[in-house]
Ligand binder design. Structure first.
Ligand SMILES: Cc1cc2nc3c(=O)[nH]c(=O)nc-3n(C[C@H](O)[C@H](O)[C@H](O)COP(=O)(O)OP(=O)(O)OC[C@H]3O[C@@H](n4cnc5c(N)ncnc54)[C@H](O)[C@@H]3O)c2cc1C
Length: 508
């Protein structure tokens, strides 16, 4: 069994599948092991993008975000994007998984179906409960005394604004104020590799091959027989009885398309012979955006975060922010530092704090396209940010709510003045213009090989690649519709479900 990509999902699979001593598991990865000590330091995460272990993707110019090309970092390293991420561990709202179960016609992908996997992942510092696991590989902590004083004041301000208190995003509800659950242990980041892969490395049935850049699948007719990879400058075929793609929401569809699996006309235009016409490959690309931000000059120095800067997320319903029931449509977050897009001048560190705002269920959908048969042919990544009126209107509403919370008395001791958007930015048109320049990715691209029971989908409810034999996809690309929060917890749970409920019965 060959796993392609030692990222978040790949590390879970390598560990879980190799628990079966009769199964031979190979894990191949383009990047190498972690050598940069900054990866383990939570405060350093914003500075990791652009280093040698980042694929450093870029979107196409986005008409609704001032024509900008957004940087999309992705980990090219053992541990994948879990080495770069901001360590927030948020499962999502229970209703987020209804479209998953509906699309696949399988209760396995409902929240109740996924709950055992969410619990199996985690070693929750608060102990086991109906919603939490305490025996899993991944430490999850709810910060308390480590919270920044400005974040505490923000949480008090949200409460003053009428938003309910929640305490924990990963229990019964999701709406309300809570500190972020974090995958930090003893002050250090815990990657998916730390949690899952490293403890499994001594198993004789698990081999890991770093530095293997996979160009395409190796096909015999419609049977996947392994991959064609480049190792030390040499191209070689790696054979496998079963191939599992865990290359992520950008690389997995590209790998398929380079192999001739994708929309026939696009493949032809890129000089790639079509093996299986699959309209869904690369489509349905979507992501969360954050407006960065509603920035305030502080009356006194904002101490450096002892966590990962963005210490609290608040989910709410824009129609009535005092309601604690139902699913959220807006997120706010407090960063104990200035957070702005490349269009805006950043105030000095220590002099300002930020309230971020965003839309939890964006309806904009874009796509990823190949431009040629070679891995060096740069893809076109078009998330179609803010291309729907729904997303633009809610982004405005979210920014207004950020300002509403930011103006509460509980923040008065910190608030000297609003720097961004600035007091004269009030009209809908001015806010919309500001948002187009201020939005940044929340780093959650999904959906490009979506799961489902119909033709437009790329994998079925068993995550099997439709139209081909002996291949599966298990990563963020299979998510048919994004969860309301950061997606890492969901990616790990998908891999846990695949290992326990799909692979284990098949390969026992
Ligand atoms: C900067 C940043 C901040 C984020 N913050 C958060 C957060 O706070 N909370 C949260 O929930 N989520 C966050 N995310 C998102 C989350 O980390 C990712 O969604 C998740 O890690 C994706 O997992 P994956 O397994 O799908 O892909 P990845 O973890 O990206 O793994 C894919 C792996 O495949 C390898 N690969 C790709 N192509 C090839 C190839 N051709 N040959 C060989 N190997 C290949 C890659 O090198 C990589 O190791 C963040 C992401 C980033 C980048």
């Amino acid at each position: 069994m060959l796993i392609v990509g030692a990222g978040s999902a790949g590390c879970v699979l390598a560990a879980r599948l190799s628990e079966n001593p009769y199964l031979k598991v190979g894990l191949i990865e383009a990047g190498g092991p972690v050598t940069d000590p900054d990866i383990a330091i939570p405060q350093k995460w914003p500075s990791l993008a652009g280093r040698g272990y980042d694929w450093a993707y870029r979107t196409s110019p986005q008409p609704h975000t001032a024509g900008r090309q957004h940087q999309w970092p992705r980990g090219r390293i053992i541990g994948g994007s879990s080495c770069l991420n901001a360590m927030a561990h948020v499962r999502g709202h229970q209703d987020d998984f209804l479209p998953w179960a509906e699309a696949t016609r399988s209760p396995r992908w409902s929240y109740q179906g996924l709950l055992p996997a969410f619990k199996r992942c985690e070693r929750f510092a608060g102990g086991a409960s109906a919603y939490h696991g305490s025996e899993g590989p991944l430490p999850v902590m709810l910060p308390d005394e480590a919270l920044s004083p400005v974040v505490r004041a923000y949480m008090a301000a949200a409460l003053q604004a009428g938003i309910p208190c929640l305490g924990d995003h990963n229990a019964a509800g999701m709406i309300g104020i809570a500190a972020n659950s974090l995958t930090i242990h003893a002050g250090r980041r815990v990657t998916a590799a730390d949690a899952y892969l490293t403890p499994s490395l001594g198993r004789p049935n698990l081999s890991v091959l770093p530095g293997a850049l996979v160009h395409r699948l190796s096909l015999s007719g419609k049977r996947v027989e392994g991959v064609v990879a480049e190792i030390d400058g040499h191209t070689t075929m790696i054979a496998a009885g079963t191939t599992i793609l865990c290359a992520g929401a950008i690389a997995s569809p590209l790998l398929l398309m380079r192999s001739g699996i994708g929309p026939a006309t696009e493949l032809a235009a890129s000089g790639i012979p079509c093996v299986v016409h699959h309209q869904g490959v690369g489509q349905n690309l979507h992501d969360h955006l954050l407006t960065a931000g509603n920035v305030y000059r502080s009356r006194h120095e904002v101490p450096l975060s002892r966590l990962q800067h963005s210490e609290s997320l608040t989910y709410l319903r824009s129609a009535d922010i005092t309601r604690g029931d139902g699913a959220p449509d807006i997120v706010l977050g407090c960063v104990a530092a200035p957070s702005v897009s490349e269009c805006l001048e950043a105030p000095a560190h220590g002099s300002a704090y930020t309230i971020l705002s965003g839309v939890t269920q964006p309806t904009s959908r874009g796509r990823i396209k190949v431009t040629g048969p070679h891995i060096a042919d740069a893809p076109i990544i078009d998330p179609a940010y803010l291309s729907t009126e729904h997303d633009r209107a809610l982004a405005c509403k979210a920014l207004e709510l950020a300002r509403f919370v930011g103006g509460q008395q509980a923040l008065a001791a910190w608030r000297a003045e609003e720097i961004y958007p600035g007091m004269d930015c009030r009209s809908h048109a001015d806010l919309a213009e500001f948002i187009s320049r201020a939005v940044i990715t929340h780093h959650h691209p999904v959906g490009t090989c979506r799961m489902g029971a119909d033709d437009g989908n790329v994998v079925n409810a068993d995550l099997q690649l439709l139209g081909l034999e002996r291949a599966y996809i298990v990563d963020a690309s299979v998510i048919p519709q994004i969860t309301s929060g950061p997606i890492h917890a969901a990616v790990l749970a998908i891999a846990e479900v695949f290992a326990a409920e799909i692979a284990a019965p098949l390969f026992s």
